[in-house]
Design a protein. Structure first.
Length: 292
């Protein structure tokens, strides 16, 4: 399977098409699609920060839907025929890399017409870890359910989606900033980057919290994580083996932004150098920058 930037279907279409699918057909994913996904996974390079999480496409078991509840996920996943399960690699930004790479796999699955849903929970040393024969110390920060979509309209309008306002995104002014966090970025000032930012905004995030903030400074785009209260990694969540999940959201944002920028022919690369500017508040943390 060709990688995402080489495909005829625009990345912007795939990003718009994707949604969190929680109800699947019983029909298993065809051998051909499974092979294409496995090839895609096998060809993934390192993540933008240099770590290389490992991902596996595995078949679902009858008990998985119920097991998910005990592992801290929300929303009932009905009939998933497969899961994508990954383990973290070492590295300072390994969770962002995991989010970035898993999202690429999700977009590849979307291209194959498959439904997916990110699931965050305490998977480390769970039945999901056993499916991939993970070592005892392997960390699994999230998994993705996958399968043929049961009913696109129904899936999109499901009760859970309405409860958590899944189709809603924060307004542009609350997400993107111009030089300081007190000045919202206009679409006009974003120029060619208005579309990559819009595609970032459509990305999935845990509980739809949308913790991504992007600040334009000259030709650089600085990415920040604005943590939601109660999501900060506590000793309890660490004890339960739950990852610092909002860092995955930042990786997903990086994926949507970069793939769209590349498709539009906008050159750029990631670098790490925190700008010296006052942060929005004490819950705001620098992640990475894009030199455009
Ligand atoms: C890291 C992460 C963890 C998530 N965990 C769950 C989960 O446990 N259960 C669930 O039903 N959805 C989960 N979601 C899906 C979000 O609820 C969903 O992305 C968000 O509500 C936006 O909806 P959309 O993906 O349909 O655009 C998760 C998403 C992310 C990115």
């Amino acid at each position: 399977m060709t990688q995402l930037n080489e495909i005829p279907q625009p990345i912007t279409d795939l990003i718009r098409q994707r949604f969190s699918c929680r109800s699947y057909l019983e029909q298993p994913i065809s051998a051909e699609k499974r092979q294409q996904l496995k090839d895609f996974i096998g060809a993934l390079p390192n993540g933008p920060s240099g770590s290389h999480p490992s991902f596996f496409l595995v078949a679902a078991d009858r008990e998985d839907s119920h097991a998910l509840k005990d592992l801290g996920t929300y929303g009932f996943i009905r009939g998933a025929t497969g899961f994508i399960i990954g383990t973290l690699d070492a590295g300072e930004k390994n969770l962002e890399d995991y989010g970035y790479q898993m999202e690429q796999i999700i977009l590849a699955a979307t291209r194959l017409g498959l439904g997916t849903c990110w699931l965050g929970g305490s998977f480390t040393r769970s039945s999901f870890a056993r499916k991939i024969n993970a070592a005892d110390d392997a960390l699994i920060p999230a998994v993705t359910s996958i399968g043929e979509i049961a009913n696109v309209t129904e899936a999109r309008n499901g009760l859970l989606r309405r409860q958590i306002n899944a189709d809603q995104r924060l307004p542009w002014e609350q997400l993107f900033f111009d030089q300081t966090f007190s000045a919202p970025l206009t679409r006009q000032a974003a120029g060619d980057y208005a579309i990559p930012l819009e595609m970032l905004r459509l990305g999935p995030s845990a509980s739809n919290k949308q913790p991504w903030r992007v600040l334009k400074y000259g030709s650089n785009w600085h990415f920040f994580l604005q943590r939601s209260k109660g999501y900060r990694e506590s000793s309890l969540t660490r004890f339960l083996g739950v990852a610092d999940i909002q860092r995955l959201d930042l990786g997903i944002a990086m994926c949507h932004f970069e793939l769209t920028a590349r498709e539009l022919g906008l050159p750029g690369k990631w670098f790490s150098a925190e700008p010296v500017i006052p942060k929005a508040d004490e819950l705001t943390e620098y992640t990475v920058s894009w030199a455009g």
